[in-house]
Design a protein around this ligand. Sequence first.
Ligand SMILES: [Ca+2]
Length: 233
Amino acid sequence: MGYRFSSRFERELYFYSVYEYFLNLFLIQLLSTKCCSCFFKVLQRRNTGNLDFMKRWKQYIAGFGNLTEEFWIGLDKIYELTNTPTQYELRFDLGLGPERTYAVYDNFKIAPMRQKFKLTIGKYRGTAGDAMTYHQGRPWTTIDSDNDIALTNCAVSHRGAWWYKNCHLANLNGNWGDKRHSMGLNWEPWKGHVTSLDFTEMKIRPVGALSSRKKRSLMTREKKSRVSNAHNK
Ligand SMILES: [Ca+2]
């Protein structure tokens, strides 16, 4: 047996307050996250230097660290997240002291393990400079799995793990605070190879605008073919 309202007004008031309650919950949730990071999923963070990132192949696949502090989410997870019909953009938020900068690449995904998590990224935009186009198409390298084109293992010589080539313009899994050439958390176009950043975040979000544009163009094409079919009849 349901509750009986004594008037229509009381009934409306009841439903309105329920509606308002959920609306407030939603708004509190929205405001409690930083606006720009609302729909982002964070893949990597460095902000304290407490966690050692010079890890092995298996650990980079499985992921490590603490999601509320420093971590690497794992290559298997990144593959799973980005290999869907949805397109993802990859955003790098970088910092040094009070300075902040960013880089965004559209159409980000990685290959499965049998292709050694080869990197695919799209067009660059941002303020940090483009460090990642150099790494386009490169497989992942760790201290115990050398897939880069350098004679040495770049993960060993640069104390990290990345889509190294010969070797890097970005080394965000490098050695915290290391000021030796290309050993630290480098983003070459922003601070060069000897400055180690003290904040990094890698994050992804679906590119909604692109897929709806695609949908629209598909619908237009469909309409056109329907019109031409009608003409042919
Ligand atoms: Ca090598």
